[in-house]
Design a protein around this ligand. Structure first.
Ligand SMILES: Cc1ncc(COP(=O)(O)O)c(C=O)c1O
Length: 460
């Protein structure tokens, strides 16, 4: 690099240090060291400000860049769309909005309406507002409570956090929005019953217990991740979803599935819920919908839910009185449409399933080698390894150990994830969610980096 470029970069690092408030970051260390800046991406790889290359095993840090970096075709359709029409409020339709909705609904039998906004939190809040409004329209406001599950996460705004089951994420942000009630988790490895037989059914029946305790006439919906992401990559136990579905039906509780992480291929199906034969009433999605090339989120509902908002067309209040300014940006659906074409044309869902087997095999190999790995779980290219100090007692490994492993991998040029200040004492899962374009060589490189790091930091 020549001197002028060096100086430009130094100035930019200074600008970042002095003016940018990074997400989820304690800034004190940046007084003595440079903040991390990621400045370029191509395929599975990103480069930092010093030009160091990294293999990204977490798709942009937060399971987002599903089709990989540097996709010119997405950039081109977004550019063309911005020149044609960048924006108009979502009370009107748009060409990419109509095209993407049609394409999306083809992948989601049983659902029929797409409401656009621009973050996972917002998409979930739309779902909650739909439930609340139905409660008022049909049940005099009574059936307004929304259940959520311990260890799940649904977003960052105060109401989305109110529906979050990750206690450390909520610390210092209360008081929370009323009307959200927690149900127990379904992590089989952390079975909460004396008798672990039939775990999935038992864990689901806990939902029924809570509904009855609250009063079924007060519970309007339950929001659940198909596979819990940031709460420790928790795959549902056998029998769980069938029982959840029965309970929802029995008590007239709407089933809201949060596909913000799982949606659009991540788990090896178009949507995570499709592995389990679930029939949701509301589905939300964001991250992988356009792989981070544009901001887009969708709240998708059945026609039955949608129909409830047009029963009294003479009543001036009888429609979904919600708006999202940037839900009207046309770049979102334009990028999402091209993103979906790529997933289809490049057979990325098949690749996800094939690479998932390879990744799980690699992680199980590490589990045989390192006693510290208590459990390996995952679905598609979405895997976790839970670390424990003792396989018998399952005492969780300290968060500091996971931080060291992740930092060591970073040093080796591989970016991995981990549960992060989410749950008291249970921030002990390493998380992997490489892009759906991963090859065997990429997976081998990721597993080898973890192997090296564990050899140095995870000996118990
Ligand atoms: C399952 C789940 N839902 C919702 C959200 C919130 O999405 P966003 O950060 O786009 O608001 C997240 C973010 O990580 C998530 O993991």
């Amino acid at each position: 690099m020549n001197k002028a470029v060096d100086q430009d970069l130094a100035n930019l690092i200074e600008a970042d240090r002095n003016h940018v408030w990074h997400h989820l970051t304690q800034h004190k260390p940046y007084e003595d060291k440079d903040p991390l800046m990621i400045v370029k991406g191509e395929g599975m790889r990103v480069w930092n400000q010093a030009g160091k290359e990294h293999l990204d095993a977490v798709s942009g840090g937060v399971w987002t860049v599903n089709v990989g970096y540097g996709r010119e075709s997405i950039a081109n359709v977004v550019r063309d769309q911005l020149i044609e029409l960048n924006y108009f409020a979502g009370s009107a339709g748009s060409i990419p909005g109509a095209k993407f909705a049609k394409k999306l609904i083809e992948k989601m039998p049983g659902l029929s309406r797409v409401y656009y906004s621009n973050s996972g939190s917002e998409a979930n809040e739309k779902g909650y507002k739909i439930v609340r409004q139905i409660a008022h329209k049909r049940y005099g406001g009574k059936k307004h409570k929304i259940l959520f599950r311990d260890r799940d996460y649904h977003g960052t705004t105060i109401t989305a956090l109110s529906s979050g089951g990750q206690i450390e994420r909520k610390a210092e942000y209360g008081p929370f929005t009323p009307g959200f009630v927690e149900v127990p988790h379904c992590c089989e490895y952390r079975c909460q019953f004396d008798d672990a037989s039939d775990y999935g059914v038992k864990a689901a029946k806990e939902i029924e217990r809570v509904i009855l305790a609250e009063g079924a006439d007060t519970v309007g919906a339950i929001v659940l991740e198909p596979v819990t992401a940031g709460g420790g990559v928790i795959t549902p136990p056998e029998g769980y979803w069938e029982t959840v579905q029965e309970i929802c039906k029995k008590y007239d509780v709407l089933l809201h599935i949060d596909e913000v992480v799982c949606g659009v291929g991540r788990t090896g199906a178009w949507f995570g819920y499709q592995h389990y034969g679930i029939k949701p009433d509301i589905v939300t999605m964001a991250k992988g919908v356009a792989s981070g090339y544009a901001a887009i989120a969708c709240t998708v509902t059945t026609e039955a839910v949608f129909d409830m908002f047009k029963t009294n067309s003479d009543d001036p209040m009888d429609y979904f009185r919600d708006i999202s300014t940037f839900g009207g940006c046309t770049s979102g659906p334009a990028a999402a449409l091209e993103n979906m074409r790529i997933v289809e044309d490049e057979n990325l869902i098949d690749n996800t399933n094939a690479m998932s087997d390879h990744l799980m095999e690699g992680l199980r190999g590490l589990q045989n080698k390192y006693k510290v790995i208590g459990d390996v779980r995952g679905k598609g290219l979405f895997c976790g390894a839970e670390l424990v100090m003792d396989r018998q007692t399952k005492e969780p490994a300290p968060e500091s150990m996971l931080a060291q492993i992740a930092a060591d991998c970073m040093e080796q040029g591989v970016i991995i994830g981990r549960t992060n200040r989410s749950l008291h004492g249970l921030n002990n899962t390493l998380c992997l969610s490489p892009a759906l374009i991963s090859t065997k060589d990429d997976i081998d490189e990721i597993v080898a980096a973890i192997d090296n790091a564990m050899g140095r930091h995870a000996v118990i």
